[in-house]
Design a protein around this ligand. Structure first.
Ligand code: PEP
Length: 226
């Protein structure tokens, strides 16, 4: 694998308890890449908000070369917004943030206007934004750092897009949105990761289910090492 830069961004969604988080990082710490990540790889883990603090401590204790991300962000700066987690709160623990995941659009009715506000809040604090889209026609607010092409039907279905089609859509996204970094998400696994990241336009992947298992996550990293 010779690509200059590959992003692997694990989205844990609403999974794991405290002990499972500890076990996940303990396994990753046994891997040779964990303390000296090859230069071509940027690895981001996105745990639920309640585990960001613990994850940060475990990364520091283990001197692990992993980045952290939030799975969402509040559209509000701070104040009387019960239940919301603001960008500045996330930035205390993480450098990245997913915005516009299809599960948020579907289950929480997040629309383009709301997502644009979320992007603004994340941008103000310096969080790097991973913005999820369906295809090149999805609205992308200005200022996002990474776009993730995630067709709904491929998420959690075990039926990924073909690498060829993902490459085509990502090429179109790059052209339409002048985007430098665009990744693919949807049933990515150790078995298919190389077929995606070896494509010309695909700069990385966003695995959900396969990121929960540290063995699979480590296998995906190992395969992409230069
Ligand atoms: C995701 O969480 O965005 C995702 C693509 O999940 P999965 O890899 O399980 O399809």
């Amino acid at each position: 694998m010779t690509k200059d830069k590959i992003y692997i961004i694990g989205n844990w969604k609403s999974n794991k308890n405290r002990q499972e988080v500890k076990d996940w990082f303990a396994f990753i710490a046994t891997q040779d890449f964990s303390k000296a990540m090859p230069e071509n790889l940027t690895i981001v883990v996105c745990p639920p908000f309640t585990y960001l603090s613990l994850s940060r401590v475990l990364i520091a204790e283990g001197k692990l070369t992993l980045n952290l991300g939030g799975q969402d962000v509040s559209p509000f700066k701070e104040g009387a917004y019960t239940g919301e987690v603001s960008a500045s709160m996330i930035k205390e623990y993480a450098d990245f943030c997913i915005i516009g995941h299809s599960e948020r659009r579907k289950n929480f009715a997040e629309n383009d206007d709301l997502l644009a506000e979320k992007v603004k809040r994340a941008k103000e604090t310096g969080l790097k934004i991973i913005f999820c889209v369906q295809d090149e026609n999805t609205f992308v607010p200005p200022g996002v750092d990474i776009i993730a092409y995630e067709p709904i039907w491929a998420i959690g279905s075990g039926k990924p897009d073909t690498p060829e089609n993902a490459n085509k859509v990502i090429g179109a996204i790059k052209q339409r949105h002048q985007a430098k970094v665009v990744i693919y998400g949807g049933s990515v696994s150790p078995d298919n990761i190389l077929s995606f990241v070896s494509m010309e336009h695909i700069d990385g992947v966003l695995p959900g289910g396969a990121s929960l298992d540290p063995v699979k996550f480590a296998q995906m990293i190992s395969q992409c090492k230069k």
